[in-house]
Structure formats: C-alpha cells, structure tokens
Design a protein around this ligand. Structure first.
Ligand SMILES: NC(=O)c1ccc[n+]([C@@H]2O[C@H](COP(=O)([O-])OP(=O)(O)OC[C@H]3O[C@@H](n4cnc5c(N)ncnc54)[C@H](OP(=O)(O)O)[C@@H]3O)[C@@H](O)[C@H]2O)c1
Length: 333
C-alpha cells in the first residue's frame, strides 16, 4: 500500500470510510463489518474515518470493538459539528426555531463532543478531529482556538475541516496548521479541483476525498433506484432522482471505457483518478464488503495514462446537486 503521512504517522493512501457500516446506505451486519475492519488492517487500509453523527454515535461504538485491538496501527479520524443531540448545542435559538440542520462550532460544544467521541471509541486520543461543517455563526478562529486546546491536552493529534472554502482554510491555518481538509471529490464532484485542492497543496495540508466513488454510483453497480433498500439515503439524493439517475449513467460509460483498458473495475478507475489529483490527496471509499475493500485497496497501484485523462475529461457535469437545498447551505463555507 502506498503511504501518506500526517504528522509522525503514516497510513495507506486508500483508507476506509466507515459511515455505511452504521448509517445511510441500507442494512449491515456487525459480523461482516468486523471482518472488513480486520482485513483492512492486513491490507494496510488503516486510515479509518467515522463521525459522531454516523448512527448518532453507533459508528464510533462499532469501531471501538476494533480500535481496542489495533489502536497503534490505525490512523483514526472522527468529526463533530453536525448536531444530532439537540440538548448539547449552544445554539438553543436554532433549536427553538426548529432549524432542520444545526452546525455548532462553539468551544463549549466541541469540548463536550470530544469527550463523548473518545468514550464511545474507547481511546485516549484521535489522530484527526474534523469540524464536520463550518458554523456560519462562529468565526473559524474561535473554533480553531478550541481545537488547538484539544491538541495541547493530548485529546487530538491534528484537526481538520470538512467542506470548508479556500478562504476559511487559509484563516484557520493562520491560527494553527490544519492537518487535513475532508471534502467531496470524485469524477462526478469536481467542485474543489481548482481552488481547495491547490490551496491545500500550497499550504502543505492533506486533502481527504470523501465519497470518492460518487456514493457508489461511479462503480457502475447501480442501474435504478430499485437497487436501493427502502431506508437508503440515496433514494432522496438529487443525483439519484429518477431523471438525473438516467442522465448520469453516461458518466459511468466513460469510466467503463477506461476500466476496460486497464482490465480493472470502474471503481478502481474512479479511485485512481482521485489519487491522481496530487500526492497530498488520499481517498476514503466506504464499504461493508470484503470484496470491495480488496478491490479498492488494489486501486492504489493503477496509473492513468494521458489517453485515460482525455477519456475521463469528456465527463460532463452531473445532473442534480450533490446535496438537497439545506445541505448545500453548508458546503464551501
Ligand atoms: N465529511 C463528510 O461530510 C462526509 C460525507 C459523506 C461521507 N463521508 C465519509 O466518506 C466515506 C466514503 O464516502 P461514501 O461512503 O459516502 O461514498 P463512496 O465511498 O463514494 O461509496 C460508497 C458506496 O459504494 C459502494 N462500494 C464501495 N466500494 C465498491 C466497489 N469496489 N464496487 C462496488 N461498490 C462499491 C459501497 O457499497 P457497500 O456499502 O455495499 O459496501 C457504498 O454503497 C464515508 O464512509 C464517510 O466516512 C464524509
């Protein structure tokens, strides 16, 4: 596994997004999830990504059964900021106004969240602690001030930002160096290629690409909404809505052409494209299946040619936004 380093710790450039094991993408089983986590360690897929939000703490609790065993080998990242327990937030005015999505970047909230996450994960510290979304009502300097305190206390090794704009990243970095920026990046979400990705490179910040497989769409595995379980979040995602879905299948067509050249899967091409965006870029594809985990790990060795980039460059912007209206208010902030 090709390596990447943040601070003194190295980990594989292909990591593991653990969200789907507890949330968003249909049913899962603990036994299968544990098998995936065990195999991930032997493959060098040791950058594990979770958040307090995923299953309202359940995903962190799930991981605790394996962090117990592998703490030293795992580069462990979790997140705070998307409020799921409204009794904890400092933004009680937003609770009273019944805001559909509350983001809290106040120091008081952060200090409560880190202790809850460490306790659920069963660890003394996390390697990376992200603000899951930038709080529009709290200056980033104040949030980063609190994160710096957590670094000094030894509760976190590095802090990160998710879906932050280039401007916010620069401001944050002046208070304390940003360890990583985690934002959506894939063949169908290229929004940050010309600003945030180069800004991270210039500032020496790692870029962690989430949903690098386009929430599974780029794998070519899904043909219609009928392929998703009734509770699957993608049934309500704008890019998976019926008309958008049909239009977006053209994107997968280009990925399949390149996959045929390399005799590999479309998923592996999607991941190779993400890693080709820079040495500072890593990917955290999500899966709860051994076969996909192994396939994704192997993508680290695929090198795309100039002809491949020409083919993938033919991909047109997708149909449908990458979040519904409320979610879009919290990206690129
Ligand atoms: N910071 C943020 O706001 C944010 C937002 C979203 C996600 N994330 C993080 O990023 C991680 C990855 O993103 P994601 O899970 O949304 O999307 P993704 O990695 O783009 O896609 C995951 C989907 O692709 C499927 N899949 C994975 N590998 C495959 C393969 N080789 N062949 C066919 N299908 C495959 C998975 O299926 P199975 O589930 O059946 O294995 C799952 O349905 C998450 O787990 C989470 O940790 C962060």
């Amino acid at each position: 596994m090709r390596q990447h380093q943040i601070g003194s710790k190295s980990f594989g450039r292909i990591g593991l997004g653990c969200m789907g094991m507890s949330w968003a993408y249909g049913p899962s089983s603990d036994d299968a999830n544990f098998e995936v986590l065990d195999r991930a360690i032997s493959l060098g897929v040791n950058h594990w990504d979770t958040a307090d939000l995923y299953g309202a703490g359940d995903n962190e609790t799930l991981l605790s059964h394996r962090t117990e065993k592998y703490r030293d080998q795992v580069f462990l990242a979790t997140k705070f900021g998307n409020v799921f327990d409204r009794s904890l937030t400092s933004h009680q005015d937003q609770v009273e106004a019944n805001s559909p999505w509350i983001v809290d970047g106040t120091p008081e909230y952060i200090f409560k969240c880190i202790d809850n996450s460490l306790s659920r994960l069963g660890v003394d510290f996390v390697d990376l602690y992200y603000q899951h979304r930038v709080d529009p009502f709290v200056p980033i300097e104040e949030t980063v001030g609190a994160l710096k305190t957590l670094i000094e206390q030894g509760k976190i090794k590095h802090y990160g930002l998710s879906e932050a704009s280039a401007e916010t990243i620069k401001r944050a970095n002046k208070v304390h160096p940003v360890g990583a920026v985690q934002s959506e990046l894939s063949l169908w979400t290229q929004d940050y290629v010309h600003d945030v990705v180069p800004t991270c490179y210039e500032l020496g910040i790692s870029f962690v690409a989430y949903s690098p497989l386009g929430r599974g769409f780029l794998t070519g595995r899904y043909q219609s909404l009928d392929d998703f379980a009734p509770e699957d979040f993608r049934r309500r995602h704008p890019r998976f809505a019926e008309e958008a879905f049909a239009a977006n299948l053209a994107i997968v067509g280009h990925v399949k052409i390149v996959a045929a050249r390399h005799q590999c899967t479309p998923s592996q091409i999607a991941l190779a494209w993400v890693l080709a965006q820079g040495e500072h870029v890593v990917a955290i594809p999500g899966t709860k299946r051994l076969q996909y985990l192994e396939e994704n790990a192997a993508a680290v060795n695929i090198r795309l040619s100039a002809d491949d980039f020409v083919e993938l460059g033919k991909i047109k912007p997708p149909s449908g936004e990458r979040y519904e209206a409320t979610g879009l208010k919290f990206v690129n902030l």
